[in-house]
Write a protein that binds this ligand. Sequence first.
Ligand code: NAP
Length: 492
Amino acid sequence: MSTQYDAVVVGAGFGGMGAAIQLTRLGFDNLLILERESDLGGTWHVNHYPGLAVDIPSATYSYSFEPNPNWSRLFAPGQELKRYASHVADKYGLRKYMRFNTVVTGAVWDTDHWVVSLRDGMPVTAKYLLTATGFLSQPKMPNIAGVDTFEGKVIHTAAWDDGYDLAGKRVAVIGTGATAVQLIPELSKVAAELTVYQRTPIWVSPKLDFPVPPALRRAFATVPLTQRLARFTGSAILELLMVSGVLHYKQLRAANRVGELWCRAHLRRQVRDPELRRKLTPDYSFGCKRPTFSNTYYRAFTRPHVTLETTSIAKIDPTGIVTTDGQRRDIDVLVLATGFDLWDANFPAFEIIGKEGRDLGKWWRDNRFQAYEGVTIPKFPNFISLNSPYSYSGLSYFTTIETQMRHIDRLFTAMHKRGATDFEVTQSANDAFLTRMTEKLGDSVFVLGHCATANSYYFNPHGEATLLRPSSTVSALREAGSFPIADYTLTR
Ligand code: NAP
């Protein structure tokens, strides 16, 4: 087979678009971006449940090279993110590369290029393969007995039915993660009865959110430095939170404690009933699982028609939910805020076979989850895996994206200078990186805190918290622009 494309990028969310922008900057124009959904935007296309918004300040949760002066609030609602994604695709000329409704089923390295199989249609070939399939992209259905037998309306938050009217309905929500925290206050406004089934409580911080005044928007548009300042401030606060409260738990346990006390005070202010407060208080350390922000979540449970149920679910039957204490509750609508399959359905999102027949998913599971600088893996030449172990750097996903763009830039520029066409990370560089990350993780709340009861998706099936890179975003960005080129074998 001849090589059809310079590069195939899988995923047209912000990660895939960032990678594609970087490739065009490097001079590639024979690209193909494959997307299983009907449009671009990734998570911001798929998710449109009531209450959806960012929980990272918008000036920070966006590309640094494409600031948007028009965010309506400090934490923009979901539709604005979707519009921003469309704007970026248009401005950077990415749409012409995109093929929607195209499901990739596998990829195999074949001598000097990648062969990418599609569910419908002929395989495509490319010199380089970049996967940006996201972490939170495969909705998880709960493994609860009888869930399939429920005869009322079932809605997963990642497939929200905008046309369905919840007014006056008896609604049950399963799950109390970041999605539920945004959704529950909205549902409480319309449902006749709302019962929330909680397995693990979540740490919730107040959300300092407000509409961006028109004068400030004008300043952002006319004096870009002002928005850069806002971005810098947002990034610095997030960095401080992450580095002091989570990554340097060993040295700065007090900072983690401040995070916890901050959330406890918020709960105390919003909920007077001590029993309800007790139920809503996590028993694991702050930061073991992703904390969230809301001014309305706790308060929703104080409304008379809203019930927090903490007894485990025994089964679901055609008309309701039965808990292990034998109580049953009739409902009209079952909302599954049960999140996403990270480790079972991703890593990788489809079968990827490298040199010598190495199967990436099997190799990660038989060995340890690992990737050099969170992007490349030995025996997988010309492959950039953007959703790898240790790739997620900091709290805003855009920090990760731009770090990876810089890595791509350095790697491809070095190849270009040396007249090389192929790259493969060396085993020794990969091993040294893994050792370093493992050591750093040893200082974090994930190893030293009380995380056993958190049920956190940060932990892989081996029990290691390998989703987040345990270093500051500043050092990750610096390394992306300065890693030794000798860490790669570059060939023609
Ligand atoms: P999640 O954090 O994984 O939460 C899923 C919830 O469902 C958990 O409370 C989980 O309980 C519960 N659950 C799952 N299976 C269950 C079962 N069989 N029985 C009972 N409960 C079950 O998913 P999410 O809330 O969708 O959030 C995922 C991530 O999306 C967030 O962490 C965040 O990164 C991102 N997000 C971001 C924003 C934003 O504003 N930027 C908004 C929403 C989501 P356990 O904890 O006990 O497993």
